[in-house]
Design a binder for this molecule. Structure first.
Ligand code: FAD
Length: 320
């Protein structure tokens, strides 16, 4: 494999970490070949050197207006033009909401294959093997591709980013695409929640379920998450009961997360919830019911009332 393009992502003015993880995946796949990074949006030039220092050889950036916010049409047109110009052997995207939307459209337009939600890449050249979860994370399959263009999306928090090398340098070229006939134009973005750590990239998640009992009941979880530098998540039970927003929902019909530490408080561990978090590296369950299914996947279990246990944990972590 000689050349791979990596489409990084900027969100809320920050380069998403999964962009750097996709660069690491590309480096694994391409070995001594070329990794070309791509960034769109008005901060693209600013973050180009960050991508280079994490393993990219050359950057292509575009700060044109149509690419400031993600839209399927504009990003698809820009990526197809890049693929036509660069003729790479492969392209990696982030397995985020926009990457999940864009990658299949590129694949369909080019009539090529796609491996989505990749958690590891091994081998070289034509023997490249992609690992991805199936059956809601209960098993993993390994796939290889025989299409001319290797197209894949990389799941956040699985392939570690390469160590930053301050001495790395590379060309940054700025391009303008011929983007036309857009069916969607974003005029304004109204955010429901502001700030906070992105759930899908968080290293620590404190998740609450119906056992949290109210919106107010999430407060101790928020405090613990803050002390641990993590994010708050929820079961669908808690979202349905209107204790929190659906943007926090983890599971089969919510977000899929793989943090280093997942603290599950007052949630039973329904199969649909496990689908979104069972690949977490360490799972701690807090539940009053010793028979709760969450204990079957937990590395550590605390049988007790979350309103007693969580403040104790917060207090202890504050001391350390
Ligand atoms: P419960 O099952 O009611 O569990 C509450 C738990 O809290 C109990 O185990 C109880 O012992 C414990 N508890 C109560 N009080 C305390 C306390 N004070 N201290 C400690 N523990 C306490 N669910 C998801 O989460 N994500 C999904 O994406 C999802 N998708 C679904 C898709 C489909 C098609 C369907 C049919 C369902 C889906 N569900 C999903 C719903 C899922 O089946 C469960 O209903 C839901 O996960 C239950 O939420 P819960 O664990 O918070 O509530």
């Amino acid at each position: 494999m000689k050349k791979i393009l990596v489409l990084g992502e900027i969100r809320d003015g920050e380069l998403r970490n999964v962009s750097l993880e996709a660069v690491a995946a590309a480096r694994k796949a391409v070995n001594d070949g070329e990794v070309v990074g791509i960034l769109f949006g008005n901060k693209a030039s600013e973050f180009a050197s960050e991508m280079i220092k994490h393993g990219v050889d050359r950057m292509i950036v575009s700060e044109q207006e149509e690419l400031e916010q993600y839209t399927t049409d504009a990003y698809k047109q820009a990526c197809l033009q890049l693929l036509e110009d660069e003729k790479p052997d492969g392209m990696l995207l982030c397995h985020t909401s926009s990457g999940k939307d864009l990658a299949p459209r590129i694949a369909a337009a080019l009539k090529t294959g796609l491996v989505s939600d990749v958690t590891d890449i091994e081998g070289e050249g034509e023997d490249l093997v992609f690992t991805r979860p199936i059956y809601s994370g209960k098993a993993f399959e390994q796939k290889s591709m025989n299409s001319e263009l290797m197209l894949a999306t990389i799941r956040p928090n699985n392939i570690p980013a390469l160590k930053k090398d301050e001495s790395r340098e590379g060309d940054v070229s700025s391009v303008t695409f011929d983007i036309k006939d857009l069916r969607t134009v974003i005029k304004d973005v109204v955010k429901k929640t502001s700030g906070g750590i992105d759930l899908s990239e968080a290293k620590v998640i404190v998740a609450g379920g119906r056992g949290v009992k109210s919106e107010e009941g999430f407060k101790p979880l928020e405090e613990l998450a803050e002390v641990l530098g993590g994010a708050v998540g929820a079961s669908r039970g808690a979202c349905d009961a209107e204790y929190c927003d659906y943007s926090l929902q983890i599971g089969q019909t919510g977000k899929v997360v793989t943090p280093d530490l997942y603290i599950a408080a007052g949630l039973s561990g329904a199969i649909q919830h496990l689908a979104g978090m069972s690949s977490s590296k360490i799972i701690v369950a807090i539940n009053k019911d010793p028979e709760a299914p969450i204990f079957e996947v937990a590395d550590y279990g605390i049988v007790g009332d979350l309103f007693e246990v969580i403040p104790l944990l917060t207090e202890q972590f504050k001391k350390e």
